[in-house]
Design a protein around this ligand. Structure first.
Ligand SMILES: C[C@H](O)[C@H](O)[C@@H](O)[C@@H](O)C(=O)O
Ligand code: MG
Length: 398
């Protein structure tokens, strides 16, 4: 019997916001409420990250159809430009390939886009195709992706929650709460004082044992980050996250040496491929790597990043990406917990992270998720038919 091949690759855009581009939310959502960013040095862009376009790309849904009609899919961030890359470039390299050749397909997608890729949008597009191929592989075998990855090393996943209410996260059973930094260097000492007061209040609310983390979303410089970290020493932060520009590997390494004892440094959600993460590891820049499986190159690349990190004794706790990272976390010894992004508008309820895109999207209950809840073929989720999709770069069927 001839091997199954990829018959078609398609890229769709949902008509609704949210989904994989979870920053694409209506006004008033906590995730766009005065959160520090590199653009906050410009006062007009300080109150909202949407004001400088953080939400503009939107979600892209990639489908890969096998020659027997089976379809795998995955969403990621990238919107219409990513759809163009998938339909007008990557599809040329993927259509006709045996569905089992994920490594060779990945290599061809990465090498053929080097002249405009390496990181960012092109790697988001490659990640979407790669994740859709893993979903297809599971569906063809009738196995959940975690089984294809060598099987679970734990029976349940435990989660920390990212959002504005770590007090609610604690009551919901999460192991920790990560809050966004709101005041960057442009707000000077007054900004530091406001952050210290807010975090001290949160520490009082959650008690001494509950993990508290601060996500700085690339907004600081080494000097300000070191000053802020020491001002927060009494709060007992578990880690300081992504304080500097992602390309400032050297700054991360210098800052890590200047943090208070016991405060870890995490980064990586805007990094891509084993090459970028190798630089973070070899410079001793981070304690915890946080690749996003929809942005770093997909699951095929995340496995390489994970093995490299493991050899360096670093943890890999993927940036919130719903089921697309849960199957991975379930199977990796150096991924002891996972992130859950609280996408409810005020962060007080657990709702599916990629809503309104998916059906059967599992969510933590009591801050935990049994691996058995992932035991459906592929990534175990379906597209919600009520979420309209359009295909802007439709090509004639092969
Ligand atoms: C909450 C943070 O500001 C980001 O919006 C979030 O997407 C990311 O940095 C995270 O770690 O979840
Ligand atoms: Mg982050």
């Amino acid at each position: 019997m001839s091997p199954l091949t990829v018959r078609a690759v398609r890229a769709y855009l949902p008509d609704a916001g949210g989904g994989a581009d979870y920053h694409d939310q209506p006004a008033g959502h906590w995730i766009d409420d005065h959160i520090a960013s590199p653009m906050a040095k410009y006062a007009e862009y300080r109150a909202s990250r949407q004001s400088f376009g953080l939400h503009l790309l939107g979600t892209v849904v990639v489908e890969v159809e096998a020659s027997d009609g089976t379809v795998g899919f995955a969403p990621t961030t990238g919107g219409e430009p990513a759809a163009w890359i998938v339909e007008n470039h990557l599809a040329k390299l993927v259509e006709g390939a045996p569905v089992t050749e994920l490594e060779r397909i990945w290599d061809r997608m990465f090498l053929s886009t080097l002249h405009y890729g390496r990181k960012g949008l092109a790697l988001n597009a490659i990640s979407g195709v790669d994740l859709a191929l893993w979903d297809l592989a599971g569906k063809l075998r009738g196995e959940p992706v975690h089984a294809l990855l060598g099987g679970a090393v734990r029976d349940e996943l435990v989660f920390y929650a990212t959002g504005p209410r770590p007090d609610v996260a604690r009551d919901l059973g999460f192991i920790g709460g990560k809050v966004p930094l709101r005041h960057g260097p442009a707000e000077g000492e007054a900004g530091i004082a406001r952050t210290v007061a807010a975090l001290a209040q949160l520490r009082d609310a959650v008690g001494p044992e509950f993990w508290l983390m601060l996500d700085c979303w690339m907004s600081l410089d080494v000097r300000h980050a070191a000053r802020l970290a020491h001002a927060l020493d009494a709060v007992g932060l578990r880690w300081l996250e992504e304080p500097l520009l992602p390309d400032d590997y050297w700054g991360h390494a210098a800052l890590r040496k200047r943090l208070p004892a016991g405060m870890l440094l995490s980064s990586g959600e805007h990094e891509a491929t084993r090459y970028g993460f190798r630089l973070l590891l070899e410079l001793g820049a981070v304690d915890i790597l946080q690749p996003d499986v929809g942005w770093c190159g997909g699951l095929t690349e995340l496995l390489k990043i994970s093995a490299l990190a493991d050899a360096h004794g670093a943890l890999v706790v993927p940036h919130g990406s719903s089921v697309y990272s849960y199957h991975f976390v379930a199977t990796r010894h150096n991924s002891p917990f996972a992130e859950f992004l609280m996408m409810h508008p005020d962060g007080t309820e657990v709702v599916p992270m990629f809503r309104p895109l998916l059906l059967d999207e599992p969510v933590p209950r009591g801050g935990r998720l049994a691996v058995s809840e992932l035991d459906r073929p592929g990534f175990g989720v379906r597209l919600d038919p009520s979420c309209e999709l359009r295909r802007p770069y439709r090509r004639p069927s092969p």
